[in-house]
Write a protein that binds this ligand. Structure first.
Ligand code: HEC
Length: 423
């Protein structure tokens, strides 16, 4: 048996069908209206109980390994306790004598109860693979519970632990790789009973609240007032935004949701109402006017050069040295400008995406002036002319009127990807 290796479900266009499926699922689901309630409270409780049982199983084995005990019974009992935590009192291998560190249903029992229903919530797939991994772990734990030597016990439990760690996952990962932690941190399953649920495509209008779109959790908002505020599950986000007396914790699913929100907005005839609390979803397309057909000078040469250096450190791994796209889509040149035209992106849309969602693995981790340098570099690489005024670190409402696209005229220095040099 090998651990179930979840496929990479990041929304990269070059990473295979999983990403498309995930995005399609997101785009197809209706926006939960503000004020709506989360999935049933029992779903959340079952999700949390699964994680608790899973952790209990892991602890049982780790403690036995750390105890340096020489008595075989200590190992056998620890393995059996871990099985009990996974399978619960109704499991085929449950042995009451070893004790039950989890609850009666066990981690697998909770997942079975969650999956035994109509419809396919976004958390079904990761829970499915978490369950498969837990069953594989239980099989090795059974070997460990009969092991005749310390070495055999250690071999069997280290295999079991590998499966259990994959099932546990991490809050920074969305999809199968996220396991239980990622699912609780990034989907509605992590929203506690009675919590206020808002539209994950917008900024919070109240706190505490949970921003949800298409079954995914985009952010958690807590009041920026004194006191202890409890969170549903560990947040897998990389940043924390304080605005209008509210602390917003974007989850690891935030970038994914932002993309789905854009797709959703594009498919919706009337523009979504702008949230007055701050910059909401990507603004709707601007109508091109003759005035913005002439390519404007939006940045300085020096700024683009600084952006190029920054890109080589923070962006190149995913977008490629020629900005042609490798693991992630192209960000300049022919391929990129096709996307830009197809989506009707304005400068505001591009700015929003880069400032808020990039780098994909650490959104909002750079300073506004660094993001401005990166924008300058992206504009230069897309053959927009340099000028005397730097690209501003602060947002400019005029950007929402500026539609991006191929800059007219010949670009003799552009490379085979249609990317203009910045030097
Ligand atoms: C860990 C990989 C990763 C890193 C690092 C990264 N990106 Fe991205 N980027 C992505 C992915 C994946 C997408 C597609 C996201 C989506 O579709 O929502 C993307 C999309 C983009 C886009 C929009 C392109 C399009 O067609 O959707 C731009 C522009 C962009 N990134 C700029 C940057 C910049 C600038 C940096 C450096 C600060 C950066 N990225 C760092 C992964 C990355």
């Amino acid at each position: 048996m090998r651990p179930i290796r979840p496929t990479n479900q990041r929304p990269s266009r070059k990473n295979g069908p999983a990403a498309f499926l995930l995005l399609a699922a997101l785009a197809g689901t209706a926006v939960i209206s503000p004020g709506a309630r989360a999935d049933s409270a029992s779903d959340h409780r079952a999700g949390m109980a699964t994680l608790t049982d899973l952790k209990a199983a892991i602890t049982s084995i780790v403690q036995a390994n750390d105890s340096f005990a020489t008595d075989r019974n200590v190992y056998h009992r620890a393995s059996q306790r871990a099985i009990n935590a996974l399978e619960g009192t109704h499991g085929p291998d449950y042995r009451p004598a070893a004790g039950t560190p989890g609850d009666a249903l066990g981690a697998i029992g909770h997942i079975d109860a969650l999956l035994h229903r109509k419809g396919t919530p976004v958390w079904a797939a990761p829970l499915d693979s978490a369950e498969a991994n837990m069953r594989a772990a239980a099989a090795y734990l059974l070997d460990a519970s009969h092991a005749r030597s310390l070495i055999r016990f250690q071999l069997a439990t280290s295999r079991a632990l590998t499966y259990l760690e994959v099932a546990r996952g991490r809050p920074t990962e969305v999809g199968a790789l996220g396991g239980m932690e990622g699912t609780l941190a990034n989907t509605v399953l992590g929203v506690p009973a009675g919590a206020a649920v808002e539209n994950g495509c917008s900024r919070p209008s109240s706190a505490p609240s949970y921003g949800v779109h298409g079954g995914y959790l985009a952010w958690i908002a807590v009041p920026a007032s004194a006191g202890t505020h409890s969170l549903g599950e560990t947040s897998g986000g990389h940043s924390l935004i304080v605005e209008h007396g509210v602390i917003v914790l974007p989850t690891a699913a935030a970038a994914l949701v932002a993309k789905a929100c854009r797709t959703h907005a594009a498919a919706t005839p009337e523009p979504a109402p702008r949230n007055t609390a701050g910059p909401a979803a990507i603004p709707a397309m601007a109508i091109p006017t003759p005035a913005n057909r002439a390519p404007p000078a939006l940045y300085t040469k020096a700024q683009a050069a600084a952006g190029a250096r920054l890109f080589a450190v923070t962006c190149v791994a995913c977008h490629g040295a020629n900005l042609q796209g490798t693991a992630a889509p192209a960000v300049a040149g022919t391929d990129f400008l096709k996307t830009v035209e197809k989506n009707g992106w304005t400068l505001e849309a591009l700015r929003y995406l880069v400032f808020n969602n990039m780098p994909f693995n650490a959104p909002r981790s750079l300073s506004p002036s660094q993001y401005a340098e990166l924008l300058a570099f992206l504009l230069a690489s897309n053959c927009y002319p340099a000028g005397s005024k730097p690209f501003p670190a602060a947002d400019d409402p005029a950007f929402a009127q500026l539609k991006l696209g191929p800059v007219p005229g010949p670009h003799p220095n552009a490379n085979q990807f249609g990317v203009c040099p910045t030097g």
